[in-house]
Design a protein around this ligand. Sequence first.
Ligand code: GLU
Length: 281
Amino acid sequence: MPPERVTRFAPSPTGPLHLGHAYSALIAAQRAGAGRFLLRIEDIDRARSRPAWEAQIFDDLHWLGLRWPIPVMRQSDRLPAYRAALDRLGAMGVLYPCRCSRADIRAALAAPQEGAAQHGPDGLIYPGNCRGRPVGEAGPDDALRLDLRAALALTGPLAFRELGPVHAGMHRPEPDRILAEVGDVVLARRDMGTSYHLAVVVDDAAQGITEVTRGADLFDATMIHVLLQVLLEISSPTYWHHDLIRDESGRRLAKRDDARAIAHYRAEGATPEDIRAMVGL
Ligand code: GLU
């Protein structure tokens, strides 16, 4: 028998659940089929996360007809697990402390010898100013970055399987492409003790997720996640990236799009079936 499929929906409680989130959650639940659909609250950004948003997320998902096992994993409870992963990566020699601000990075990239600045999954590709600083030197003002070149030398070729409609197939990103398009991403933000990339990899493994379903905007980040899985000796899930729900002018929905908040449609008398129809399910 093939192993049970386990999917998850992993919202950040930093704003209302909107149509795009509902779509993502419904797809995750649908893909779980007879397996398990889990919920995970991604609240590492303590400054922006609010208990009221979390309560609204639970309520809206319930209203949509979704059910999940409790207790729900909450990333703010998981800092020791992220610390352990960082210690392990540090011992492997693939982390360095970095105290560059965004302005420092922009200034370094504006230097005449640099070509046009490239954007990766986390914004500007880091030019490497702090690379080579020993990880033991990290202080409270430092973030921790992945030394991507050193990491790729340890992992060798990477591969992952995508099952979703947008990029279906086996993907084998070339090291040069990863270096050019991803760069030395932050794995622990100064004020958080982790970052999205590290937390998502550690938690998907801890929850036994077999298929990650999420928006196609995170497809490029998958290269980083697969790299971290190899370094941390975690088995890779398959991926299912879905298209994004856009507004009438073709723009992606953002958290601040209150007009498309599920709560707003509910207040106007919409039914869960109306929401499904609106997102094309
Ligand atoms: N917390 C992320 C978000 O709200 C989801 C990340 C993921 O599914 O990997 O965009």
